[in-house]
Design a protein around this ligand. Structure first.
Ligand code: TPP
Ligand code: MG
Length: 544
């Protein structure tokens, strides 16, 4: 057995089913070992997409996704994906090749110090320098990637180490580890704080979306009956129909949901991660904030909790609910605001304008997506509209990135969602800017035989920046571009393409695309004049 075979055996031992990426000649021993293994090699057309896909595997399953690249240029193409997983707390293992370390027959050709490059972008970046350590290093890589706070790990395997005969070292068996639960004194203190609140409110942050947490959070909210709102990445973490949802904080202040936030005297902030654009701004004289997390809070200028409940969130919340259930006379004190907030948000959702408004697009997408359908957003102006207006009822059914907030991840993340859930409807929603950053992956999606619909919102511009430019009083300059004919473009990949050409055409086009199966692109023109009308003018006029 050589180093590459030992590496692949160690990956099989971790339960890895597929590795996504683009090999180079320095990976050929690994490729050969994969050919003889149970692990599928999934080729992409750009390493960045492979990293986004691997990170999304980690995000949706809690088990690290694995991506592979060559040295130098290939490895550098993984860096945006590394940052995406690092900020987004998504478990991922990246494996890159390197020239030999024992001799340098090609001098410094293509050699970049990738371990140093990856160090600030990962939880751990490590060069494997001998075969004997491969089993323990791989086990450690997966532990580090998957344990709270999850994130990316980088392993570099030089080609001569990959080819070297390995001693007979057994792989290290993984075992489940239970996290510590918050201790009784801390639970008592938190319960006392909550019992004393006149206007309590729960906030669900990014860590609330960890796959294993869905049931525990829904139970907690149902048992204590305190209304809740979420951050963008906490969306969907409580199962639908609770009657306690107050909205999503897509802006940091002065949105309708802030009418409730501003009145609260206690915010129970569950799983908030300050990588997200702030859901509200703490300042002098605001509500008391109780941080509930796997790890202590990160203190920021705009987030400095007054009390903390630290430990495995699910079981800790169950113990907290034991102390509170049926004892909170003021639990629903903010609920009377709910209807007004949600009505404002739903305003004009059915307007028949063409090009379509963002509200109408969100409304029609919701109609076509079943409760367990997964919508994956790229980054653009529409993200704010989906975060505010799209109602979720099942955990992790609106995947968006409010951490690195990179363009280009929408299509790859949807591809991974479709691979993991072939029986569910999956829709990628992309701007015409973000889509073109990784549109080459349409070939990958078609080749893999995925069932996936891609919706392109066409404004022929970097609309979000154009909106900011206008909102800040700058002249309209430098944000517009031309586009390919998206329908022809789709067909050139051997897939279907549809252009929506009327206000009532979107829902039927999406429905037909899902019914047809395979990969299908739908493009729709979007009217972004609503950005200014609602997100600037209307919200500036909010009065209590
Ligand atoms: C990789 C990357 N480059 C630049 C940005 C800055 N940025 C954020 S949104 C945006 C415009 C997005 O345009 P598009 O995808 O067409 O969506 P739209 O806002 O027009 O709906 C830009 C340039 C970013 N977030 N990520
Ligand atoms: Mg655009």
């Amino acid at each position: 057995m050589n180093g590459a075979q030992l590496l692949v055996a160690a990956l099989e031992n971790e339960g890895v089913k597929r590795i996504i990426g683009i090999p180079g000649e320095e990976n050929l021993d690994v490729v050969e070992a994969l050919r003889r293994s149970s692990i599928e090699l999934v080729l992409t057309r750009h390493e960045q997409a492979a990293a986004f896909m691997a990170a999304t595997h980690g995000r949706l399953t809690g088990e690290a996704g694995v991506c592979l690249s060559t040295l130098g240029p290939g490895a550098l193409n993984l860096t945006t994906g590394a940052a995406y997983a690092q900020l987004g707390a998504m478990p991922m293992v990246m494996i890159t090749g390197q020239k030999g370390v024992l001799s340098r027959k090609q001098a410094r050709f293509q050699v970049v110090d990738i371990v140093s490059t990856m160090t600030p972008l990962t939880k751990m970046a490590y060069r494997i320098v001998g075969t004997a350590t491969i089993p323990s290093i791989v086990r450690e890589a997966f532990r580090v990637a998957q344990q709270e706070r999850p994130g990316p790990v980088h392993l570099e395997l030089p080609e001569d180490v990959a080819a070297e005969q390995a001693p007979d070292v057994p792989v290290v068996a993984p075992h489940p580890t239970a996290l510590p639960v918050a201790e009784p004194a801390a639970l008592d203190q938190a319960a006392e704080l909550i019992r004393g609140a006149q206007y309590p409110l729960v906030m669900l942050g990014a860590a609330a979306s960890r796959p294993r947490l869905a049931d525990a959070l829904s139970d907690f909210v149902r048992r204590v009956q305190i209304p809740f709102f979420n951050t963008q990445m906490g969306k969907g973490s409580v199962a639908g129909g609770s009657g306690l949802y107050m909205g999503t904080a897509a802006l940091s202040a002065r949105d309708y949901v802030h009418q409730a936030i501003d009145r609260a005297d206690l915010i129970i902030s569950i799983g908030h991660d300050t990588v997200e654009k702030p859901p509200f701004l703490m300042g002098p004289g605001g509500p008391i904030v109780l941080h509930v997390g796997y790890l202590p809070a990160t203190v920021e200028e705009v987030y400095f909790p007054h009390a903390e409940l630290i430990g495995d969130i699910g079981p800790s919340l169950a113990l907290l609910a034991d102390r509170l259930e049926g004892k909170l006379a003021r639990a629903g004190a903010l609920l009377p605001l709910r209807e007004r907030i949600l009505t404002h948000i739903a305003d004009r959702a059915q307007e028949s304008r063409y090009p379509l408004t963002p509200q109408r697009i969100v409304h029609d997408v919701r109609r076509v997506m079943p409760e367990d359908g997964i919508v994956c957003l790229d980054n653009g102006m529409y993200k704010i509209w989906f975060a505010r207006n799209y109602r979720t009822r099942v955990a992790n059914t609106l995947l968006l990135d409010n951490a690195l907030a990179t363009m280009g991840a929408g299509l790859p993340s949807a591809m991974m969602a479709a691979m993991l859930h072939p029986d569910r409807r999956v829709l990628a929603v992309c701007g015409d800017g973000g889509f073109m950053m990784n549109s080459q992956e349409l070939e990958t999606a078609v080749r893999l035989g995925l069932n996936l619909v891609i919706l392109i919102l066409q404004d022929n511009a970097y609309g979000m920046i154009r909106w900011k430019q206008a909102a800040d009083g700058f002249a309209d300059f430098g944000m517009s571009f031309g586009n390919p004919d998206f329908v022809t473009y789709a067909r050139s990949y051997g897939m279907q393409g549809t252009r929506v050409d009327g206000a009532d055409g979107l829902a039927p086009a999406l429905e037909a695309a899902f019914a047809a199966g395979g990969v299908h692109l739908v493009t729709v023109p979007i009217d972004y004049s609503e950005n200014m009308r609602v997100l600037v003018e209307e919200l500036a006029n909010i009065r209590e």
